[in-house]
Ligand binder design. Sequence first.
Ligand code: UDP
Length: 236
Amino acid sequence: MEATLLYEGKAKKIFETDNSDEVIINFKDDATAFNGGKKNTFSEKGRVNLAFSKFFFDLLHQKGITTHVVSFIDEISMRAKKVDIIPLEVVVRNFAAGSLCRRLGFEKGMELKPALCEFYLKDDSLNDPILCREHIRYMNTVTEEELAYIEQQALNINEIIYSFMDSKGITLVDYKLEFGRTRDGQIILADEISPDTCRFWLKGTMESLDKDVYREDKGDLVSSYKRLADILGLTL
Ligand code: UDP
């Protein structure tokens, strides 16, 4: 029997399972940038991003961070706890890049210490605008306590991934996280962590091993992702 499709986004399809508290997430092969404005398909994107997500979620689990992962099923699918995604994109930045430079004129590569945590509204029709905490207060999607928890978790995750990547000769420049609420009200890390959602530079340089290779037409995306995987000892 075909599993019922609950939701299809830009990079993933979510299917129902026989357990109403769990879903199956299928990683698609579409690569989009600039909020879907630039679109292309790579034959291995879904598999590659799931492999990276598994790698980073495993690292976070080892450090005691709770995530939506239940298990990894095959090369393009995982079983996850069913959550209502909180409509906030949580961005943590260690160095200035991307929209921060475009919007505020910050010099690319400027160190941001302590790390900067920003919130964007997850709404494609509004182009994911940046939010200040006061805006979030009027949206009633999270309580003050939940927002503080999300920010603290995002910064804890930053410390874990930053120091791990640093030890491998890679700089975690910035990344985007999404959190979800389980049926019993727990807030957990959801979505994915991959070079699609993070910026990684070879340490001491601004050479990208992430989606910027595609956004900025700097070469072949899949071979950059494979290079990153090699550095991490990850077999793709
Ligand atoms: N990001 C993402 N999805 C989005 C927007 C941003 O995964 O819809 C990630 C992006 O890959 C980068 C970080 O969040 O690692 C910060 O992105 P930024 O605000 O600089 O925007 P961009 O330059 O990617 O448009």
